[in-house]
Design a protein around this ligand. Structure first.
Ligand SMILES: [Zn+2]
Length: 479
């Protein structure tokens, strides 16, 4: 009975949340600048009776909204940041709203809004049944910069949770049973001595030479790192003109690996490469850690719960217009990319003719397998047991972080996937508030076994403060 009321409440109130997700999609803000989105969500939650605390750990756009009291404490994670350069209309041809402007190419307009929708639906049920326990929505900024949740975790805001639930917009309906990669993001700054490049090159000590030699060293290092590790870089400052020996230059590295230990070892070795490059060029080097997130630990107990609640929530359906839009979007992607994309995202349907996935799968097949990307959701999964799903918000074969994805996540396809995810999270949290079959305890036993007794240690040193950015001065970065 309680469950059908939750589903009914979401169906009756979904228009409000469609509007919120569209509003955030219409006002895309990159990481740490999400004033519009976080204000909008905080206002809605405050009006619904939640206690809201913002600015966690000096992250301006972070917040926690809480309702109820006592145990269990169930957290739902939300995000709302956009990506640079992915501005796009809901149109199957590349048509930016603003040339080179930001856009929601990862669907975080849906991600956060589904969480708000789920906790408000749940709150209605808690009131009606006088259920004990606490529910929280976490407004987490800058996921694309891989650090919003890490800064929040450093403040301990996830520590007292019984468990966390989250989701990500996807091309599939399924439990997220894979592991993401741990990551450290470091920028290296070299300083040398400027000089006239033609008139007095012998007096100069080029910081750019140091950057280039560091990159050569890093490329040799690649052969001798564990399989599956990733090293990528971008030169963030290469000097101003060829005829000026640059006294300052910088390079930004991402290091990825199967776990924090592996990444920490890569970091140590890369630091030696940087020092070697500085020595060769008679320059000096310093570095700053920008992000340090964990791999994601899947929790089979919680994912199983979410799978059973997806069955309760029912099956998705798409209209003929939505199918047509999906087909048109897919036509803009090379067939080889379409085919490969399904592999990358661990699609498990065997039906290659499918365009929009409506079945929900429990993805046991890929349990614990590592996928290429990274996310700060990983940090939360090392602090408390965490369940995670994906729902269909885009056609199969459409890759995230593309203009096609922005178009999907602003369309009714994205909105349907969002309401579906909200339902599954609300139903799962409702089940956990009652917890008649000891799910939380089993989830914790599994969590203890998979963390092998290792406790979470924040990957960003205490001296590193969260960035305070305005939308004009934002580094281009994404996961
Ligand atoms: Zn994302």
């Amino acid at each position: 009975m309680g469950k059908s009321n939750i589903a009914k409440w979401i169906e009756e109130n979904q228009e409000k949340f469609t509007k919120m997700a569209k509003d955030i999609w219409d006002h895309p803000e990159v990481g740490y600048t999400e004033i519009y989105a976080s204000t909008l969500q905080m206002k809605e939650l405050e009006e619904a009776g939640f206690r809201v605390t913002s600015g966690i750990g000096d992250v301006q756009t972070s917040f926690v909204a809480e309702y109820g009291k006592g145990k269990p404490v169930i957290g739902i994670l939300g995000e709302f940041d956009a990506l640079p350069g992915l501005s796009q209309k809901v149109n199957p041809k590349q048509t930016p709203v603003i040339q080179n402007g930001p856009g929601h190419g990862c669907g975080h307009n849906l991600l956060g809004t589904a969480g708000v929708e789920a906790v408000i639906a749940l709150k209605e049920r808690m009131d009606a049944e006088m259920l004990p326990g606490t529910i929280r929505y976490y407004g987490c900024p800058a996921e694309e910069m891989l650090s919003g949740k890490t800064f929040m975790a450093r403040e301990g805001v996830f520590d007292d949770l019984s468990c966390a639930l989250t989701w990500h917009p996807g091309n599939n309906n399924m439990t997220s049973n894979f592991r993401s990669q741990a990551l450290t993001a470091i920028e290296f700054f070299f300083s040398g001595r400027t000089s006239h490049a033609g008139g007095a090159p012998h007096l100069g000590r080029s910081a750019l030479d140091a950057v280039e030699l560091m990159n050569v060293g890093a490329n040799y290092l690649r052969e001798h790192v564990p399989d599956g590790s990733r090293i990528h870089y971008q030169i963030t400052n290469g000097g101003m003109a060829p005829n000026i020996v640059p006294d300052n230059a910088s390079v930004y590295y991402f290091l990825r690996g199967a776990g924090r230990d592996q990444v920490a070892e890569l970091e140590e070795r890369l630091n030696k490469v940087a020092q070697g490059a500085a020595m060769m060029t008679e320059t000096s080097v310093r570095w700053e850690i920008k992000a340090g997130c964990y791999d994601t630990l899947p929790n089979e107990t919680l994912n199983e719960l979410m799978y059973t609640q997806a069955e309760v929530a029912g099956r998705m359906e798409f209209s003929s217009e939505e199918k047509k839009f999906a087909e048109e979007l897919r036509e803009t992607v090379d067939p080889s990319v379409l085919a490969a994309a399904n592999e990358i995202i661990f699609s498990i349907s065997d039906d290659t003719n499918k365009i929009l996935e409506t079945d929900f799968y429990h993805n046991r097949k890929h349990f614990g397998q590592t996928m290429g990307g990274s996310t700060d959701v990983g940090d939360v999964s090392w602090i408390v047991p965490m369940g995670q799903i994906m729902t269909t918000c885009a056609p199969l074969g459409i890759q995230f972080h593309t203009w096609q994805a922005t178009a999907s996540f602003g369309s009714t396809i994205g909105m349907k996937g969002m309401h579906y995810a909200a339902k599954i999270m609300a139903l799962s949290a409702y089940e956990l508030l009652k917890d008649q079959s000891g799910i939380l305890e089993r989830a914790k036993v599994e969590f203890d076994a998979s963390t092998k007794g290792l406790t979470y240690k924040c990957g960003i040193p205490t001296r590193v403060k969260p960035p305070v950015l305005n939308s004009e001065a934002v580094p281009v970065m994404s996961n």
